[in-house]
Design a protein around this ligand. Structure first.
Ligand code: URA
Length: 231
């Protein structure tokens, strides 16, 4: 039986960790960590955050503004070492104005917990700040219009690492059309600053496909190692 302090979170993930604990995922793949030019985090009294948040809240750059209850800007530490990036708000997020607060969010919290991180330790944002109707995939023009907001958040946070959850976020950040099965499980980097990136399955997918949780656990172990190596 798993007895470590993380066991309840791993149980929440539905992950059998017996073999992984005895034989943890070997190490970050041989490829050296990408060079990452780290920007200075914004000083606490910086007005760039409120300016950006106000801009996003009034955004009408794409059609999604017509159907939203409110924008979903992002949540968490603005000097976080880890930035979690999802796809777009769902119904619950649109209602509450916060990313990952529905069932997928509960699982995301457990996934973070399993590697020793509280939700409040990280910053969580989405590619899109408004909910697509019926939770359909983002359209290219929506992604294009919204990306500058995420880029400004990334600039301000200057995270050490990012976790992309789900195909949409991963493919967009990496400008790739590779399937998620080929993007996950390795250390990548994205953007002008080559921020180290780990890709894993979206928690909503994991809720539908519990058999993928063991792979997701491997991704989280890789992320944990990456964060440790930078401390
Ligand atoms: N799925 C996402 O990708 N983001 C959220 O905020 C909620 C569900």
């Amino acid at each position: 039986m798993s007895k470590g302090p993380q066991s309840s979170y791993l149980a929440a993930l539905g992950i059998d960790v017996y073999r992984l604990r005895d034989r943890p995922p070997a190490s970050i793949p041989a490829t050296p960590a990408p060079a990452c030019a780290v920007a200075e985090p914004a000083p606490a009294n910086d007005d760039r955050w409120p300016t950006l948040e106000a801009e996003v809240s009034k955004c009408t750059r794409c059609e999604l503004h017509r159907g939203r209850t409110q924008t979903v800007f992002g949540v968490g530490r603005r000097d976080a070492r880890l930035l979690v990036i999802g796809e777009a708000p769902g119904a619950e997020e649109d209602r509450q104005g916060e990313p990952f607060v529905g069932r997928a969010g509960i699982l995301l919290n457990a996934m973070l917990r399993s590697i020793g991180l509280a939700r409040g330790d990280v910053y969580i944002a989405n590619i899109l700040k408004c909910r697509p109707p019926g939770n359909r995939d983002p359209k290219p023009d929506e992604t294009a219009e919204c990306t500058p907001y995420l880029e400004r958040q990334i600039e301000l946070i200057a995270p050490r690492a990012a976790l992309a959850v789900g195909r949409i976020a991963a493919q967009h950040l990496l400008q790739s059309d590779e399937p998620i099965g080929r993007l996950r499980g390795k250390l990548l980097s994205f953007g002008a600053r080559r921020i180290p990136l780990v890709v894993t399955y979206h928690p909503a997918y994991l809720l539908r496909s519990p058999s993928a949780k063991s792979k997701s656990w491997q991704d989280l172990c890789l992320l944990r190692q990456l964060l440790k190596s930078g401390s």
